[in-house]
Design a protein around this ligand. Sequence first.
Ligand code: CMC
Length: 460
Amino acid sequence: MISPETAKIILDQKTYELPIVEGTAGDKAVDISKLRSQTGYITLDEGFANTGSCKSSITYINGEKGILCYRGIPIEVLAENSTFIETAYLIIYGELPTRKQMSAFSQKVLRNASLHEGMMHFFDGGFPFTAHPMAILSSLLNSVGCYYPNMVTNHREQDLEHFDDAAALLLSKVRTIAAMAYRMKNGLPLIYPKRDLGYSQNFLHMMFTEPYHEYYPHDDITKALDLILLLHADHEQNCSTSTVRMVASSGANLFASVSAGVCALWGPLHGGANQQVIQMLEEIYRSGDDGSAFVEAAKQGKRRLMGFGHRLYKTYDPRAKILRAAADKVLKIVKVKDPLLDIAQRLEDMARSDDYFISRNLYPNVDFYSGIILKAIGMPTDMFTVIFAIGRMPGWIAHWREVASQVKGRISRPRQVYVGAPIRDYVKMRYREGEIPSDWESDDHKSLGGGSSENASAKA
Ligand code: CMC
């Protein structure tokens, strides 16, 4: 809502008044949308650390206080009482489902698990065995849309008409594709989910079932995975979600938009961090360090302590707090004695008592503990970010819908401050001092048939 207050800015000795917008939780923003047309100035905010790109009613974060709510419900309450699929419904539709809605939604998700046989070719030599599952996931999420042409028209009203089906389909197929990517890599036959298993249980079943051993996970392991998915379900305007919204703003369909989100998530500073946490622990272990040399290198800016720090949270990431407790539980169940986990514990202790980390508010983030849990339950490291992507799917879907539903939505198109060469004279640049124009002849001109410089200049 527009606040009665305004902000004043003085530029070139002139004072301009800018509207102030206030969110439902008291967030305040200076609306600069008319700044350039009124003053000729734009704002510059590299990394968008201080820029609101949209108004959204999906997720609320207060990084100073460590608050995270989906559709107004605190994450701690959802973690305690809900499931990933119920939370997905809440995020996508804005309300908790009734029993009937929940049952219909779960059924719809289950029924959409299979992949068109045509897609099986992708798993049969369509990718090298070395392909990262995030590359497979991103490609196949976009490809799967090709089998549903009525859902991928790039015509907003039509795509929105099929939104309910597309949303359930993506939640289901992202799980199937993820499990299949793993099975392909490991030479295992492809299998589909079972009717009587829940979402996370089915995923673990599809991942780890072997020809002569049907895998049914321990309830607490299923719960830990479901919790990881739930805690990753949305996180407002992070890199991948902003990417989804940016792609959606051009009118692109839901499948193309979430596929772009997977690519953005892959990077080590975003979703790829959980994989990097384990790689960092392995590196420390191999080097014989107890963690202190690595922490020292991080303090000197030579390394990054992966799984620490967050753009928004300046106190403990509330998701990390929940997963820390879950990690303790899982480690007791699986009874693994893993030296990497000891190093993780030492790193956490060191960082939490070191002034460098304390003064910069660098706490362990959600990726630190999700990495530890996933490692403990036997998940291969290159699947960690894939699991993040499965979890983030409801958020991406909800954000796509928010963008696609805006009647007067504009394409996202940031500006820049250009710092390159000033406008220059091509001819002066080409015929620099000491170069004789008639001798000059480029390969391009030759290939165009301009055999002589005369011809070349005639063509130009
Ligand atoms: N290890 C060591 N120093 C760090 C770290 C770290 N992990 N993170 C930030 N710093 C330092 C940084 O060098 C800077 O120091 P100085 O003030 O002396 O220049 C200061 O802390 C502020 O850092 P920043 O890079 O300006 O912070 P940012 O908001 O741009 O980056 C971040 C946030 C998450 C990318 C960063 O903390 C990081 O690279 N962490 C490791 C990767 C990671 O765990 N990413 C997962 C984030 S949680 C999942 C998600 O929601 O996407």
